[in-house]
Write a protein of this length. Structure first.
Length: 320
């Protein structure tokens, strides 16, 4: 029996299902979470389906979260989407449920859950949820809202189909979802657009990014810069991909200071593998897109030196 069939059988057994995703959600986290919730509501109208977690202001156009009492978790099934590590699950009450399913496309470094379905070849968790529905057409009924959310998640995690994770199957699934009557152009604009203050921070990034001779880039965003532009950490997600349009940049880190003083590190690459670096600094992720943490500027320097070493080794192999 496949894990997908096991997940179907488990879903059928539970009348109460709560769906979680990771902290500080992006379009794929919300798309897979609430896309799955909408899919289950449409397919099993007799079941009680809830989505929980903190709300991110800039992504309210995608979905709103719901209030759930602790008692609702008793005898319930929890499904966590797009979350590699259990400490990153938004709303730790997932532990109160009777059974836990993990659905994710990140490397399975933390195989939490009673059932685990991980596909690191998928472009996004939203693609996995859409694929899941397509595997059981006699059971799952897609509606417009589920299609809109899953499409948004795929667009978000593929950078509008520009990233290497985009496969022919990704495009095929996106095409199937696009057949539903939601306004894809408006959705793409909402995903892409940014507030003026973030646009101004983008200018700061381009003016201050440091790039060495091997294409290792970094930008440090201390608290005073975030305060100057009126930016909080969640809003910096919009600028993470920007260094990638610079032809000299091969891999880069964006170091965002947190109120506690430590730095959240967003790592991206056009070729060199960076997720092992992330793991060494309390993080992880995909080979070309990861996150980590630095306790102070000394660790920021250490991480940047590692990015430089990785880029140097990568270039040296490419020239042989």
């Amino acid at each position: 029996m496949t894990v997908q069939q096991e997940i179907v059988d488990t879903i059928k057994k539970y009348d109460k299902i709560i769906i979680h995703r990771h902290l500080r959600p992006d379009p794929d986290a919300l798309g897979s979470q609430v896309g799955l919730a909408e899919l289950l509501r449409e397919s099993f109208p007799e079941k009680e389906i809830r989505q929980v977690g903190e709300t991110i202001e800039g992504l309210r156009f995608l979905a709103e979260m719901q209030e759930v009492e602790d008692a609702f978790y008793q005898g319930a099934l929890v499904i966590v989407t797009d979350t590699a590590n259990s400490p990153r699950i938004s709303d730790q009450r997932y532990q109160l449920a009777e059974k836990l399913i993990k659905i994710d496309h990140h490397p399975n470094d933390d195989p939490y859950g009673d059932l685990v379905w991980v596909n690191t070849k998928a472009s996004s968790c939203s693609e996995m949820i859409a694929e899941f529905a397509l595997m059981f057409p006699e059971l799952f009924k897609m509606n417009v809202e589920a299609a809109r959310l899953l499409y948004a998640g795929i667009v978000g995690d593929t950078g509008r189909f520009l990233y290497p994770s985009t496969t022919s199957r990704t495009l095929e699934i996106a095409s199937i979802l696009r057949n539903y009557p939601f306004d894809a152009s408006a959705l793409n604009r909402e995903i892409e657009q940014m507030p003026m203050k973030v646009a101004k921070l983008s200018g700061y990034l381009y003016q201050n990014i440091q790039v060495d001779e091997n294409g290792a880039g970094r930008i440090i965003l201390p608290q005073e810069i975030l305060d100057k532009y009126g930016i909080d950490d969640s809003e910096t997600a919009s600028i993470v991909s920007l260094p990638g349009v610079i032809d000299e940049v091969l891999a880069w880190g964006i170091f965002v200071q947190q109120p506690s003083g430590h730095y959240r590190v967003r790592l991206r690459s056009k070729g060199p593998v960076i997720n092992e670096l992330a793991k060494r600094h309390h993080g992880g992720g995909h080979p070309l897109a990861s996150g980590a943490n630095a306790k102070d500027l000394a660790e920021v320097e250490e991480i940047y030196k590692e990015i430089q070493d990785i880029c140097r080794s990568y270039k040296s192999r490419e020239t042989k």
